[in-house]
Design a protein around this ligand. Structure first.
Ligand SMILES: Cc1cc2nc3c(=O)[nH]c(=O)nc-3n(C[C@H](O)[C@H](O)[C@H](O)COP(=O)(O)OP(=O)(O)OC[C@H]3O[C@@H](n4cnc5c(N)ncnc54)[C@H](O)[C@@H]3O)c2cc1C
Length: 387
């Protein structure tokens, strides 16, 4: 045996798992196909649930997060040109979200891993996993023999493919739109996130720091970035986000990052096959409207780390046997919430009946305390124990 746990992928799932295992005295090796530079600068999610912040804080990797992250106690739903605040913390028992870029979480976890002297091999791609023997075959011809393999290699990784087809059930939905996301050197135009429903499509105002705004536009799934020069992006954002009273001013600035991401729901069940455990995007994808992908990856590895601790400390496999069912309950709750937010906020088919239903739902969410509470508790994230 080369190591107790072989971890494929140094995204949030793989890095946090390695960190939790180190603290529990369990040895692991993390294999990452890309360079350190690449993973530390990959722009993706930025909304951390309360539970995600809590686990990073409790395990000593949140000093910078607490210095630089922005705590939000509410968000705005804007439709018909009018904004409505959802008081997240007031409705969800004081819990909040923190805006802190995923790449910053990744940087903090890499630093913690290296400080602890843990093994983290960049530019080392895994080629295949043998779930029966616990062997990871490396692209350079070598192999790593492990008691357990954690497949944390994202949606396009190799781990999921190691589960024989007959043993895996896949549930999937492609949405007929994508998100064009930008980072701009401009101060945020509002202190909170603004989710905008507009006849021309969805728009989201978010931020990464007091100097950097993160903005998204719903676009067609086959849209090319070349068709979106900066001026067109700003014009579309200004149109969709304008308020009826003309009181909202969207700050513009230099766009220094631009990307298009598809909107997809995907779940592969079960999350365990033999010695292989799938976690994070390797097993499930949610449309970004609920801001859940990163948080779900964190929830999976919290459960997995507890199970591995019981295994290595007491030889007790009960928690690991329950790993898949336990995580899938949360995965499907989050899938539903992400689908709900997506359906409610995007321009769907253009069918006027559908548009009226969406408007009725939006009206209800902002008028009914019960409906707003449901949105709030899902958005800040349910406690690990509650799902
Ligand atoms: C393009 C994109 C944009 C996103 N934007 C948002 C957003 O705006 N808001 C939001 O809430 N969520 C967003 N998400 C979702 C969120 O970022 C993911 O849910 C999160 O990254 C999941 O973490 P993970 O560790 O499971 O997977 P990942 O972060 O994908 O990490 C997997 C790691 O495995 C490595 N790897 C892959 N194959 C191999 C191999 N064969 N051998 C070794 N290493 C391998 C990869 O290089 C990567 O570092 C986005 C996701 C993507 C892909």
């Amino acid at each position: 045996m080369d190591t107790q746990v072989g971890i494929v992928g140094a995204g949030p799932a793989g890095l946090l798992l390695a960190h939790l295992l180190t603290r529990a005295g369990i040895e692991s090796v993390v294999l990452e196909a890309r360079s350190r530079e690449y993973v530390e600068h990959r722009v993706r999610a930025g909304v951390l649930e309360q539970g995600t912040v809590d686990v990073l804080t409790e395990t000593g990797v949140a000093d910078r997060l607490h210095r630089e992250g922005m705590v939000h106690h509410g968000l705005e739903l804007r439709f018909g040109g009018v904004g409505h605040r959802i008081a997240l913390s007031e409705l969800a028992g004081g819990r909040a979200i923190t805006v802190y870029g995923q790449q910053e979480v990744v940087k903090d976890l890499i630093a913690a891993r290296l400080d602890a002297g843990g093994e983290l091999r960049f530019e080392t791609a895994a080629e295949a996993v043998d779930p029966g023997r616990g062997v990871i075959r490396l692209a350079d011809g070598g192999e790593l023999r492990c008691a357990v393999v954690a497949g944390c290699d994202g949606f396009h990784g190799i781990s999921r493919a190691a589960v024989p087809e007959g043993a895996l059930s896949v549930f999937e939905r492609e949405y007929p739109f994508a998100w064009l996301g930008i980072l701009a050197r401009a101060a945020p135009s509002s202190e909170e996130l603004i989710y905008t429903h507009h006849d021309r499509g969805f728009a989201l105002h978010s931020m990464r720091s007091p100097e950097v705004t993160r903005l998204y536009l719903q676009v067609a799934p086959d849209e090319q970035l070349d068709d979106w020069p900066d001026a067109r992006i700003w014009e579309e954002l200004q149109t969709r986000m304008a308020t009826a009273d003309g009181g909202f001013a969207l700050n513009e600035g230099e766009i220094f990052d631009k990307s298009i991401a598809p909107m997809r729901s995907f779940v592969a069940e079960p999350l365990r096959h033999g010695r292989l455990f799938l976690a994070g995007d390797a097993a499930h994808i949610v449309p970004a409207t609920g801001a859940k992908g990163l948080n779900l990856a964190v929830a999976d590895v919290r459960v997995l780390a507890r199970g591995l601790r019981a295994l290595f400390e007491h030889g007790d496999e009960a928690l690991l046997d329950d790993y898949s069912d336990r995580c899938l309950r949360r995965v499907w709750r989050v899938q539903h919430f992400s689908w709900f937010m997506t359906q409610m906020l995007h321009r769907l088919t253009g069918d006027p009946f559908e548009a009226r239903l969406q408007r009725a739902q939006l009206d209800y969410v902002v008028r009914s305390r019960a409906a707003a509470t449901s949105l709030a508790e899902n958005y800040v994230g349910l406690e690990l124990e509650d799902v």
